[in-house]
Every structure is written in C-alpha cells, then in structure tokens.
Design a protein around this ligand. Structure first.
Ligand code: SAM
Length: 264
C-alpha cells in the first residue's frame, strides 16, 4: 500500500506480508455485512483491505500520521470507513456510536503498548463482542496461563476474569517485514456476559491481584498484609503460606469479596 514507508520502530511497526497468515486471521475474524469492526493500528492495510469490504462499518485508529494520510485518500469513497488519527491509549472508545451490535476489535498490536492497551480495553469490554489480537507469543501465554504456571500472573487473572481466552495459532517472525525478534500468536478474547466468578467490586479484585503479584516470591500473607489479616485467609480456607501464582481466579475473587467494597 505505501511502498516507500519506512517502518518506525517507536510505533512498533512490523507489517504482515504473509498472505496465508493474513487469510487465517481474516477467517478467524469472519467479518460479515452486519458487523461493526474496529481495527487498531492498520499500518499499511494488510488486514484493513480485506475487512473494509466485508463489514457494515470499519473504524480504524492509527497513530502514524503518514500512514493515516494514505488511508484517508485510499478509502475516500468508502462510506463505511472512519479513520481516527490518534493514540489508541488515549482513545475514548465510548465516543464511538452505539450500534445494534457491539464491536469486534482486531489488531496486530504494537508490542510495546499491548499490556496497557489490553487493560484499557477490558475496562470498556461491554462495547465489544470479541477482540482478536496478534501479540507477542509470551504475552498470549501469560493471558491464557493457569495457576502453577510460570506465566501465570496479573494479566492472566484479569484477562480471564473479564473474558474467555482462546489462543488460536502462533505466527513466526518471517511473516512480518521487518521481522520482529520474537514469535507472535493470535488470541481471541470474548467478554463474558456474566463472569464465571463475579467480584462484588472488580476494582478491589484488581487491587488484590496487583498487590499479591507485586512481590511474587513472597507468601500470600506477606504480600497482602497491607490489605488484610491472615485470619481472613484462614476463614476462606486459603493457606497464607502459598505463593501468589498458586491461587486460582476463584480464590482471588473470594478474597476480594471478603474484603468488601468499603475497604478501598
Ligand atoms: N496492522 C498492520 C499489519 O498487520 O501489517 C500493522 C501492524 S504494526 C505491528 C502496528 C501498527 O500500530 C502500526 O501501524 C503502528 O503505527 C500502529 N500504532 C503503534 N502505536 C500505536 C498507538 N499508540 N495508537 C494507534 N496505533 C498505533
């Protein structure tokens, strides 16, 4: 699309150029004529070109003004296309029109902003029916990890609290230009209509999990001592000498619920 564009490292630009991988991603998105899509970081349009003609409406958010200018021209005659030249970390998703269907979000995400972006999207997940992302393989492994695994932590628990997490397939560096140094993977996040383990106060759950994992090597009762007394863990039949990475999502929710909303 923009042959002369030089990939900008600061914007995490690794453009997809493998047609087989692009087709697999599009098949996973499965865009339909009644779908409202949001693409984050369309770049040179590897996915965008295949999305715009197969959906009801496509919003794209691109930080790079040079790339945005190309889209502005290229899709000037497309009525179902809206370009937002913006930093997605500052973008107000609630400002988008509410349609008869929630949005599907797609993005081959810049790796340097993926974790803060995921937390931002989770905070307005009611706007989305699903999110399909290309991320660093290691990040996808963290999102989908269960208790006891090295990758298990705050990102696993908070993503799984809000969404069903499905790792779809891995993508090698050779699928991109320029090639990244790490493997990537596609993940699908589907927000739960009702979380399987509802927290009375999700902000409290976030606080408990962040505090527990701030000192991963400490026992639970040590790392959580600013928030609770170990008797509360005993009352919940949770051994306070366990490490934070051994507790399930359900156990974190039970701690958060026991602490109550007015503790914050
Ligand atoms: N979707 C394209 C593809 O698959 O080839 C490009 C993917 S590239 C890994 C990431 C894209 O996100 C780039 O176009 C980059 O300019 C854009 N980007 C980086 N940081 C961004 C931000 N904070 N807000 C919006 N877009 C951003």
């Amino acid at each position: 699309m923009v042959n002369e564009h030089r990939a900008r490292k600061r914007f995490g630009q690794n453009f997809l150029h493998n047609p087989g991988i692009i087709d697999r991603i599009i098949a996973a998105v499965n865009p339909g004529k009644t779908d409202y899509l949001i693409e984050i970081g369309p770049g040179q349009g590897a996915l965008t070109d295949k999305l715009v003609d197969h959906c009801c409406h496509l919003d794209v958010i691109e930080i790079d003004r040079d790339l945005a200018a190309v889209f502005q021209q290229r899709y000037a005659d497309k009525e179902n296309f809206t370009l937002h030249t913006a930093d997605v970390l500052k973008f107000d998703f609630a400002s988008l029109p509410l349609n008869e269907k929630p949005y599907k979000v797609i993005g081959n995400l810049p790796y340097n902003i993926s974790t803060p972006l995921i937390f931002r999207l989770l905070s307005c997940k009611h706007l989305f029916s699903e999110m399909l992302f290309m991320l660093q393989l290691e990040v996808v492994d963290r999102m989908s990890a269960g208790p006891g695994s090295k990758s298990y932590g705050r990102l696993s628990i908070m993503t799984q609290y809000h969404c069903k997490v499905e790792k779809l397939f891995s993508v090698p560096p050779t699928a991109f230009k320029p090639q990244p140094k790490v493997d990537s993977a596609i993940v699908r996040l589907v927000p739960w209509a009702e979380p399987p383990f509802p927290a009375k106060d999700p902000a409290m759950l976030e606080t408990v999990v962040r505090t527990a994992f701030s000192q991963r090597r400490k026992t639970l009762q040590n790392s959580l001592k600013t928030l609770l007394d170990k008797s509360l863990l005993q009352a919940l039949s949770i051994d306070g000498t366990r490490r934070p990475e051994t507790l399930s999502l359900a156990e974190y929710v039970s701690i958060s619920n026991a602490l109550g909303e007015d503790h914050l």
